[in-house]
Write a protein that binds this ligand. Structure first.
Ligand code: BYC
Ligand code: FE
Ligand code: FE
Length: 473
């Protein structure tokens, strides 16, 4: 029997026998998946100081305890309903939001939910080996906090599939546990979620840039006319903030340590590696990689899917309320276009350019993080700066895929690209170097790997040298 003790929830699970039965059948499959594909080597012996959501209100958020990860209580939470909620955009603007899934939108809604849901376990799979190279117990704990919450996000989507999509939904719930990140035969749905996350530089860039796509997609789904989807994603967003914090501060701490080394060595960049730090060009290359991989997640620049999601009220714009006008039927948007291999542009109906609209606001948000990283460089009196590469750089979906550009957005021949590639993206040698730095985990409380500065403060008011993960019989 599933009790609310075991699955904390605010959806009255105990009062819905059908849903209970479906989740009872799915739960052991999830546990099998977690044990096979979750954090390797930290399943049974380790207790982790984790935050567990035990209710949807602010108090429920302050709940911290030591748990073995397989015993984490993955809960189902929806944000509080908004009374008489109306559809906020598209052709059905002003009509009542949907308590159920309208038959005509069943397929596209299921597809959106499955696509969202698929990314959550994918990211856990991508990160499953990182524990064995953690730079500190503090970072190890943050990795696991992110992992269990992505697990909870999967539960959130499976709850929607089981509650609203009947048999099809249950099948999709099973399939979410069967696909595997990077597996050629049964890959995860979206490109970026099949890319390897090999080291902690990848991890911090992933949580900075890829989890931030999560933020933007969830904000767009939070506008949905399908009320349960809106409420589920709104609650997920509260967790997403921590994931991006982990990424942004992780990189800031690496940059800080690199600055310290550069100052000790009077700014000779080559010496950073000699001193066991991560040099700025290597940081920039990982930034280039994960920013461009994450831009791919917004879909094609011109997309009829995006237009119909918006027209039908399935997926809105980020912070739809901030727009003056919500139908967006007459507007146009200018996007790049290729004519005989030459780059020009064209006007397209605004709704068809919504993926690009989202990408624009995402880039602005990423830029703010880069500004904060550069403040660290400034503070240390260094003139080097990090930057976001052009959106055309290294893309594998949409308009720019199959054509090479430099980080400034200039088109390149294949030969030029091949010559320069390793200056812009992590090379085999860079990967070897980072792996050599991260071959051993650091488990001593308060100790940091040499290539990263300590955080400003610990978790939940605990000191930095708190034992965030411990082995216990
Ligand atoms: N890889 O019409 P288009 C997160 C497909 S991250 C592979 O432009 P659309 C998280 C596309 O399906 C947030 N295929 O696409 C982060 C379509 O296929 P069909 C995840 C791709 O539909 C970190 C075709 O190409 N949430 O939560 O406008 C850790 C034409 O594309 C890709 C969502 O994505 C790709 N990158 O936009 C943990 C929200 N891109 O129709 C978690 C739900 C496109 O030809 N998903 N395709 O068979 C969506 O809203 C949309 O599916 C997308 C794509 C925005 C992703
Ligand atoms: Fe997530
Ligand atoms: Fe996340």
């Amino acid at each position: 029997m599933i009790s609310s003790e075991k699955i904390p929830n605010n959806v009255d699970l105990a009062g819905d026998r059908r849903l209970q039965r479906a989740l009872e059948r799915w739960q052991p499959r999830f546990m099998d998946w977690w044990k096979e594909m979750g954090p390797e080597g930290f399943q049974d012996a380790h207790k982790v100081y984790l935050r567990t959501a035990i209710s949807a209100d602010t108090d429920g958020w302050a709940h911290f305890e030591y748990v073995r990860m397989p015993e984490y209580r993955w809960g189902i939470f929806l944000s509080e309903p908004e009374k008489d909620r109306k559809i906020g955009f598209g052709d059905m603007l002003g009509k009542n939001a949907w308590p159920e899934v309208p038959g005509e939108f069943r397929n596209p809604l299921r597809r959106l939910i499955v696509t969202q849901g698929d990314t959550e376990p994918a990211s856990v799979e991508q990160q499953r080996l990182l524990g064995s190279s953690c730079p500190s117990l503090y970072d190890l704990r943050n990795l696991f906090q992110v992992n269990v919450e992505e697990g909870r996000h999967l539960w959130a989507m499976v709850y929607l599939l089981h509650s609203y999509f009947g048999r099809d939904g249950r099948d999709e719930g099973d399939a979410l546990l069967e696909r595997r990140s990077g597996n050629a035969d049964k890959p995860r749905i979206l490109s970026t979620f099949n890319e390897p996350v090999i080291n902690w530089l990848d991890f911090f860039m992933f949580t900075m840039f890829t989890d931030r796509d999560g933020k933007f997609q969830l904000l767009a789904l939070a506008e949905s006319a399908f009320d349960a989807l809106s409420r589920t994603t709104r609650f997920m967003l509260t967790e997403e903030a921590h994931h991006m914090f982990v990424g942004e501060t992780g990189i800031a701490r690496i940059v800080e340590r690199t600055c310290q080394i550069m100052n000790e060595r009077k700014g000779v960049a080559e010496d950073v590696r000699e001193m066991g730090g991560i040099d700025l060009p290597t940081i920039q290359k990982h930034l280039n990689l994960w920013f461009s991989l994450s831009l791919d997640l917004f879909g094609g620049e011109v997309s009829s899917n995006a237009a119909s999601y918006f027209a039908n009220g399935l997926k809105g714009r980020v912070y739809e309320r901030k727009y003056n006008e919500h139908r967006a039927i007459d507007d146009v948007y200018v996007v790049d276009r290729f004519d005989n291999g030459k780059l020009g542009n064209e006007e397209v109906p605004y709704r068809n350019a919504l993926n690009e609209v989202h990408r624009d606001s995402y880039i602005v948000d990423c830029e703010k993080g880069v500004v904060r990283w550069n403040r660290v460089l400034e503070k240390y009196g260094l003139s080097d700066r990090l930057y976001l590469p052009h959106r055309r750089f290294n893309r594998s979906t949409g308009l720019y895929s199959g054509i090479e550009f430099d980080p400034q957005g200039n088109m390149l021949s294949d030969a030029e690209w091949k010559k320069k590639r390793d200056e812009w993206l992590p090379s085999a040698e860079d990967k070897r170097y980072i792996n050599s730095l991260q071959s051993e985990p650091i488990f001593e409380p308060g100790k940091m790997a040499n290539w990263i500065a300590p955080p400003r403060k610990g978790i939940n008011g605990k000191p930095i040298d708190f034992e965030y993960v411990r082995v216990e019989e």
